[in-house]
Design a protein around this ligand. Structure first.
Ligand SMILES: Cc1cc2nc3c(=O)[nH]c(=O)nc-3n(C[C@H](O)[C@H](O)[C@H](O)COP(=O)(O)OP(=O)(O)OC[C@H]3O[C@@H](n4cnc5c(N)ncnc54)[C@H](O)[C@@H]3O)c2cc1C
Ligand SMILES: *[C@@H]1O[C@H](CO)[C@@H](O)[C@H](O)[C@H]1NC(C)=O
Ligand SMILES: *[C@@H]1O[C@H](CO)[C@@H](O)[C@H](O)[C@H]1NC(C)=O
Ligand SMILES: *[C@@H]1O[C@H](CO)[C@@H](O)[C@H](O)[C@H]1NC(C)=O
Ligand SMILES: *[C@@H]1O[C@H](CO)[C@@H](O)[C@H](O)[C@H]1NC(C)=O
Ligand SMILES: *[C@@H]1O[C@H](CO)[C@@H](O)[C@H](O)[C@H]1NC(C)=O
Ligand SMILES: *[C@@H]1O[C@H](CO)[C@@H](O)[C@H](O)[C@H]1NC(C)=O
Ligand SMILES: *[C@@H]1O[C@H](CO)[C@@H](O)[C@H](O)[C@H]1NC(C)=O
Ligand SMILES: *[C@@H]1O[C@H](CO)[C@@H](O)[C@H](O)[C@H]1NC(C)=O
Ligand SMILES: *[C@@H]1O[C@H](CO)[C@@H](O)[C@H](O)[C@H]1NC(C)=O
Ligand SMILES: *[C@@H]1O[C@H](CO)[C@@H](O)[C@H](O)[C@H]1NC(C)=O
Length: 552
């Protein structure tokens, strides 16, 4: 079986087991993590020595927006600040930094590129230091150091996370972004060729081996080949005890089960993932947009409803579709990717919607095409992603709910839009191909779902109070309406509300207790913490003390 292996020169450190090294550690079993300014915080010399241990790869955080302020980090630089503001929406601006993140809410405006030069620029909720890791030895050294000094650990990969996982006040981060070598291997015996496709995210910059695959991961190939978690064959991981383990279907099978779909950041730090790839194939794709401005409301909704009503045909044909609609910008389906489906078949599924648009005389833009390879269709149709931070919640809608509650769903969508929410959907059918059942921790509910539907308000760039208000509205008012319509349903952890009530069940389903057992086996001292990760409810971020992480 061919697979893609993300490898980084995997020197297994000195192979030492850490229990002996940690005998004199100061990981207190109660209380809070050590915080900058505490007497337990390492001295400058302590950090310098650690920097030597990791070969000079320690980076002290300088917030990227420090160029926009007069602060301890330097003075306001108008030109550099303007440039940064222009680059802010691009994921690259953030994942190339050792400390920035794409969900600005979680940096808590402690150093915001859009506030006035004399407003604060402090570390705040940013990590304090990062280790620019290049192998498992760096992971081990960092874990040993945080254990010794009781420091909060954060795992940062490509920092696309929406829920505040990739930052943390007073933390030392393992920054895995530069470990992205790839190798095509025959999983049983080495060979290699190119011309393969895999189940990546719709956004090309999402990290594959990090939060994405561990959280289930959906993207343009998911209806055809199943979600990313199902592609995993083997994980290489450093545990909370500093041990390097290989988890697959033969060894450390419980860890393999947990990492494949059980959410990242809590069982260990992944250094390598081996995942399946498939021969590339002919593919079709389409996009469609139509404005709402100047269009009669009922006619516009008639067209939207027709599209949504027909959409299960897309999923049953192996397509993955992304669409959104809102009062101001109208309807956007950008795009639908159909690996293996001829253009004419895709056209047939979209025809009823195009007919409706014609019938109501709604101007629209429609483009459809066929390509020799899936990669070509992806390159052409999947627009470069910009980050547009929003205050959001989401819900998975099963095929049964879709069929039995279609009218109620449409009327809730309409209520959302009339109240200025944007409604986005990623739609797939991850069980259409009749693959044999997988033994992993992806919540089986995901396999029943057709829609991951996200409803959101924009995030204000500089007004914290306003955003808090929008979060209460989303979590307290708009989410319960969707929950009432879909009792017992779940949400996709990667695109969800970080304040989701009952998140253990809503994000992990009935797997939660077993996942927690596995977490405790491989991380008995609770070194790993990430917001809404398995076991994270044993901690809280104490905002009265600057966001310090404390035992609940
Ligand atoms: C613009 C954009 C587009 C997106 N599109 C999609 C999409 O099409 N499909 C989809 O499914 N999701 C999508 N997402 C969501 C995305 O899957 C998640 O945000 C995911 O967590 C990103 O992974 P990352 O490694 O880039 O993120 P990070 O923020 O670096 O990681 C998130 C968390 O995962 C854990 N983690 C990361 N690396 C490791 C590791 N090596 N070992 C252990 N734990 C680790 C850590 O807890 C970390 O904090 C999108 C997000 C954005 C911002
Ligand atoms: C151990 O940690 C505690 C609490 O953080 C701190 O007060 C103490 O000074 C530390 N002891 C040593 C030996 O570092
Ligand atoms: C770590 O060492 C490198 C190389 O000497 C140096 O460039 C870097 O600034 C050091 N990091 C810290 C946080 O001191
Ligand atoms: C991190 O390390 C990589 C090599 O692994 C290097 O190319 C990169 O410049 C380093 N980044 C920083 C910010 O030090
Ligand atoms: C499992 O571990 C054993 C013992 O270390 C090893 O011989 C075997 O190759 C491993 N199997 C896999 C599939 O990794
Ligand atoms: C699936 O894997 C888990 C973890 O190793 C194991 O406990 C369980 O028995 C397996 N289930 C099946 C049906 O093979
Ligand atoms: C429909 O009409 C209302 C005003 O009555 C308006 O607020 C809303 O944005 C309109 N558009 C859509 C797409 O529903
Ligand atoms: C359709 O809309 C166009 C403008 O978008 C207008 O010129 C035309 O008269 C309309 N036709 C009908 C039948 O309403
Ligand atoms: C649709 O896809 C084409 C081809 O890539 C692109 O040029 C166009 O901008 C897209 N339209 C929309 C509205 O996304
Ligand atoms: C997915 O497709 C299969 C095969 O057509 C079908 O049996 C199943 O009901 C579909 N599931 C969903 C969630 O749409
Ligand atoms: C964010 O900052 C505000 C004050 O600016 C403070 O009230 C709040 O507790 C902080 N929250 C976090 C998450 O740090």
């Amino acid at each position: 079986m061919l697979s893609l292996s993300s490898v980084s020169s995997l020197v297994l450190g000195s192979g030492l087991l850490f229990s002996s090294v940690f005998a004199s550690s100061n990981s207190s079993s109660t209380g809070c993590r050590c915080f900058p300014g505490d007497s337990c915080w390492p001295s400058q010399q302590g950090w310098n020595e650690f920097n030597q241990t990791v070969g000079g790869k320690l980076i002290a955080t300088v917030p990227i927006a420090s160029v926009c302020h007069n602060s301890d980090f330097g003075s306001y630089d108008e030109a550099a600040c303007k440039t940064l503001q222009g680059h802010w929406p691009y994921p690259k601006t953030h994942f190339e930094s050792s400390s920035s993140l794409m969900a600005p809410f979680f940096s808590n405006y402690s150093c915001n590129a859009f506030t006035k030069p004399d407003t604060q620029c402090t570390l705040g909720n940013y990590i304090s230091f990062a280790v620019n890791a290049s192998g498992t030895k760096d992971y081990q050294d960092t874990i040993a150091f945080v254990r010794k000094h009781n420091i909060r650990l954060v795992i940062r990969n490509r920092v696309h996370d929406y829920l505040g996982k990739s930052t943390g006040a007073g933390a030392l981060a393992i920054w895995t972004h530069h470990m992205k070598d790839m190798e095509l291997v025959d999983y049983k015996s080495p060979s290699g060729d190119h011309g393969y496709t895999n189940v990546d995210g719709d956004c090309a910059t999402v990290g594959v081996a990090g939060g994405y695959t561990q959280g289930g991961g959906h993207g343009p190939g998911a209806s055809k080949f199943e979600p990313a978690a199902d592609q995993a064959l083997e994980w290489e991981v450093v545990t909370g005890e500093g041990e390097v383990l290989t988890a697959n279907m033969e060894n450390n099978t419980d860890l393999f089960w947990a990492l494949s779909g059980g959410g990242g950041g809590t069982y260990g730090v992944v250094s390598s993932l081996t995942a399946k790839v498939y021969p590339d194939l002919k593919s079709s794709a389409a996009n469609l947009t139509f404005p709402s401005e100047g269009v009669n409301n009922d006619s516009w909704w008639d067209a939207v409803e027709t599209f949504i009503h027909e959409s299960p045909n897309l999923m049953e044909s192996g397509c993955f579709a992304i669409w959104s609609f809102e009062a101001e910008d109208g309807f956007m389906m950008r795009p639908t990717n159909c690996p293996g489906l001829p253009q004419a078949e895709l056209q047939k599924i979209l025809d009823p919607t195009l007919e409706k648009l014609k019938q109501h005389n709604i101007s629209h833009k429609f483009l459809i095409n066929e390509f020799d390879t899936f990669y070509d269709s992806y390159k052409t149709f999947n627009a470069r992603h910009l980050i547009s931070p929003s205050v959001e919640a989401s819900r998975l809608v099963t095929r049964d709910s879709f069929d039995s509650k279609f009218d109620d769903l449409m009327s809730l969508y309409r209520t959302y839009v009339e109240n200025c929410l944007s409604v986005g959907t990623t739609a797939n059918n991850i069980s259409m191909q009749g693959f044999p059942p997988h033994n992993n921790s992806l919540d089986p509910f995901r396999r029943e779902a057709v829609f991951n539907t996200i409803f959101s308000l924009p995030m204000h760039q500089t007004d914290w109070e306003e955003n808090m208000h929008r979060y209460s509205e989303i979590t307290g008012h708009w989410l319960p309406m969707m929950e009432e319509l879909t009792p017992g349903a779940r949400a996709y952890i990667k695109e969800a509300d970080w304040q989701q009530p009952d998140w253990q069940t809503v994000f992990y389903g009935e797997n939660y207790p077993k996942l927690l057992e596995i977490k405790d086996k491989y991380d008995p001292d609770q070194i790993f913490f990430a917001v809404t990760a398995v076991g994270s409810d044993r901690w809280y971020q104490n905002y009265a003390e600057g966001g310090r992480l404390c035992r609940a």
